[in-house]
Design a protein around this ligand. Sequence first.
Ligand code: AMP
Ligand code: ZN
Length: 142
Amino acid sequence: MAADTAAPACIFCEIIAGRAPAYRVYEDDATVAFLDIFPFTRGHLLVVPRRHVDRITDLDPSEYPGFLATVAEMCRRVDRLSRHYNVALNQGALAGQIVFHLHLHLIPRYGETNPFLAPHRERLTDMEAAAVLRDLHAGSAG
Ligand code: AMP
Ligand code: ZN
């Protein structure tokens, strides 16, 4: 396919394939979870299906259990940081979607005055990511 007609590269497909860097929290045959590079809060992570789909309605029903199992497992990990969190899907540009590969946000909450106000976001550093990963994995085998 000529370069000018190629589908635009998907950054999450690149991460899944290991061609782009990411701070991976978890992966299995069907899903990958990694830290959001511009976290809303400490521990903000994303859960994605390995298969490229844009919309949640593009998932095959056979993919629902594996996807939800990973979301639930990531919630258990996030419980180590905070028992309060949002699980969010921005679906469509008008809803704030900027990466068009299905992803659920898991955003721990620590007592922000208004969790629905977007805070100033800074790029995650290697040092902070390592500390967050340590805390998410504390006491687990994987
Ligand atoms: P949205 O499409 O608005 O639901 O959110 C996309 C999210 O992906 C944003 O919170 C970005 O900070 C995050 N993001 C974009 N590129 C990367 C990347 N290379 N690694 C990790 N997170 C990313
Ligand atoms: Zn993709």
